[in-house]
Design a protein around this ligand. Structure first.
Ligand SMILES: Cc1ncc(COP(=O)(O)O)c(C=O)c1O
Length: 390
């Protein structure tokens, strides 16, 4: 299907093309100098000590949990309104995920009150997800975590360039994972980055990323090593040089892209403000004097709530007929059949998720891209207004 307005568009130009060609001509395709540069520049950009590039965010979360020592018998808090990867990373470790509610229909990030209610002596870590690029209430999360001796893992898939009280996402917990999947603010096809300020954690992550090997192929190629030992049960979660090269170009463009997204979101909010029954979560978020706290969104998603009781599928189809692509972020985790099975088997805890249940049927994600001008917001808002008219 060719859309007039796709949900998102890849913002690639001649620099990305040149960067890939350079890799091909260099004859070195995986985990080389570009990967190291991408790690260093990403760490500097968000203001942390260590960044470890990986194949994608899902495996980044998996590595982060293993490096924290999470395993069978532990519980890990996971938001119910997130992509299934946040949950699966916990399931891979054998720990029990405990799903938590969202704060409200205005703030779709996790409810710290619900986190508090669901902490048990088995809880080992809290995964926060900066929904749509809006940072969670990290003061409250960190304070709870330190009271109970819990680790904080940021699922920062949506949040490169977002910040909370002047600290960037990726530096707001013990360890964080970013996604560079094709539709993300910083896109390399597949790819991810794990960030931490802890040297020990970074060393573990580096070992686990590549089979627990003490030296890599690049070390041997450079003549720095002749062989290697395997000191951990690790994985192949490596990144390619092609992705790293794309990442370097995209990182340099990220601030401009995020600013363009912010402008479009502002326009959307104005254009949608008169439509009866439509609510726009995160309105006024982070703006002075700071509701609910000073923060900057990376505007990965633009999500609205349709009027209560509106037929969402009908709206999506009507927009599709005008060539406008929409989506749903997310169907609640506890509604997936595979998750329900594990809840029944006692392998996942999913209790009291009332806010998610109330808000989820109303969620609708509208097109958002750095390349879209204000006309896109006006056109989409006008189509929604027409579709919802009595
Ligand atoms: C919130 C969230 N977490 C994790 C992921 C997984 O990212 P990846 O596809 O890089 O594994 C995504 C991807 O869409 C996501 O949206």
């Amino acid at each position: 299907m060719s859309w007039n307005v796709a949900l998102s568009e890849l913002e690639y130009g001649p620099e990305e093309e040149a960067a890939v060609l350079e890799v091909l001509r260099s004859r070195w395709l995986t985990m080389g100098e570009r990967t190291t540069r991408f790690e260093n520049e990403f760490a500097a950009f968000i203001g942390t000590e260590h960044a470890v590039a990986v194949s994608n965010c899902t495996v980044g979360l998996h590595l982060a949990l293993i490096a924290l020592g999470v395993g069978p018998g532990d519980e890990v808090i996971v938001p119910d309104l997130t992509f299934v990867a946040s949950l699966n990373a916990v399931r891979y470790t054998g720990a029990t995920p405990v799903l938590v509610d969202i704060t409200s229909q205005h703030d779709l990030t996790l409810s710290v009150q619900d986190v508090q209610a669901k902490i048990t002596p088995r809880t080992k870590a809290i995964i926060v997800m900066h929904y749509g690029g809006y940072p969670c209430d990290m003061d409250a999360v960190r304070s709870l975590a330190s009271q109970h001796g819990l680790a904080v893992v940021e699922d920062a898939a949506h949040a490169p360039g977002a910040s909370h009280r002047d600290t960037m996402a990726g530096c707001l917990g013990d360890v964080a994972a970013f996604s560079f999947y094709s539709n993300k603010n910083l896109a390399t096809g597949e790819g991810g980055m794990v960030t931490t300020s802890s040297a020990d954690m970074a060393q573990k992550l580096r070992l686990l990323r590549s089979h627990g090997m003490t030296h890599q192929t690049m070390d041997r190629h450079k003549g720095h090593a002749y062989s290697y030992d395997v000191v951990e049960l690790g994985y192949n979660y490596r990144i390619t040089e092609i992705e790293a090269a794309l990442g370097l170009v995209q990182l340099a463009r990220l601030p401009a892209h995020n600013a363009a997204r912010a402008r479009l979101v502002k326009r959307y909010r104005e254009a949608l403000s008169g439509i009866s029954g439509v609510d726009v979560p995160f309105t006024g978020f982070g703006e002075p004097p700071g509701w609910p706290y000073p923060a900057v969104s990376s505007h990965h998603l633009f999500v609205i709530l349709l009027p209560d009781g509106a037929d969402r599928l009908r709206v999506m189809k009507a927009l599709k007929n005008e060539g406008i692509q929409t989506s749903i972020h997310y169907p609640p985790l506890h509604d997936f059949s595979n998750v329900k099975g594990d809840v029944e088997a006692g392998l996942i805890r999913a209790e009291a998720l009332e806010n998610v249940d109330r808000v989820a049927p109303r969620l609708l994600t509208l097109p958002l891209s750095a390349s879209y001008g204000p006309d896109v917001a006006d056109r989409v808002a006008e189509a929604i207004s027409r579709t919802l008219a009595p």
